[in-house]
Design a protein around this ligand. Structure first.
Ligand SMILES: O=P(O)(O)OP(=O)(O)OP(=O)(O)OC[C@H]1O[C@@H](n2cnc3c(O)ncnc32)[C@H](O)[C@@H]1O
Ligand SMILES: [Mg+2]
Length: 204
């Protein structure tokens, strides 16, 4: 069975990616994480866009393993900050992956921004690169509002601060949504849904 490497070093993001792929029911492909391959060096995410960074990560995965590789580059784009933290979302506070510090800093930065100007979007670019070199990049976006205090314990990253615009969220933060509800609405769910046809063709 062909293998698909999902190349994220963020355990919670990896769970989401694997869960959405499972739910899509792509038969005939074995989805594996980085723990199932030999360690390889992390490449710096130097791209100016989510798409560039997703490709950097997926290409590195193919080069290191020879397997088809899927990578996500994602983040939060806040209207009042002209689209930042954007590609710097994981290290906004200066410490990569420190969700608490990143959230605290974001809240402080927009503390004076009134409720009607606290719009934001989660963005996910997902890149699929196959050993022959063919590349597919897709994007999903999820609009919402930045809350004034964190709420909820599900998800990761900025989820406790993000209230989706979707009526079905009923004012809950994305960290208050059960996993399946987040996947049905989220940027990552939307991006991966666009990749499903290409992923299915890997199984042929
Ligand atoms: O690059 P990899 O190894 O996949 O892991 P990472 O955590 O560094 O991932 P990114 O470079 O794509 O940075 C994404 C950051 O954006 C935030 N983020 C992305 N998707 C999110 C989501 O669904 N919910 C909350 N925060 C999210 C979160 O802070 C992530 O650390
Ligand atoms: Mg990263």
């Amino acid at each position: 069975m062909p293998k698909l490497l999902v190349a994220s070093r963020n355990a919670k993001k990896l769970v989401e990616l694997q869960r959405v792929l499972d739910a899509a029911g792509i038969d005939g492909i074995e989805v594996i994480g980085l723990d199932a391959v030999d360690e390889y060096p992390e490449v710096p995410e130097t791209g100016a866009t989510f798409e560039d960074n997703a490709l950097i990560k997926a290409v590195a995965g193919v080069e290191a393993t020879g397997l088809a590789c899927l990578a996500d580059d994602s983040g939060l784009s806040v209207d009042a900050l002209n689209g930042m933290p954007g590609v710097l979302s994981a290290r906004w506070s200066g410490r990569h992956g420190d969700d608490q510090a990143n959230n605290d800093l974001l809240l402080a930065q927009i503390s004076d921004v009134p409720d009607d100007r606290r719009g934001a979007a989660f963005v996910s670019a997902c890149a699929l690169v196959v050993p022959s070199g063919e590349r597919t990049v897709v994007r999903g976006e999820w609009r919402g509002t930045i809350l004034r205090e964190p709420r909820g314990a599900n998800g990761f990253g900025y989820d406790p601060l993000f209230a989706p615009d979707d009526a079905v969220a009923q004012g809950r933060s994305s960290a208050e949504l059960p996993a399946e509800e987040k996947d049905a609405l989220s940027h990552r769910g939307a991006a991966l849904a666009r990749l499903v046809p290409t992923l299915r063709s890997l199984a042929d």
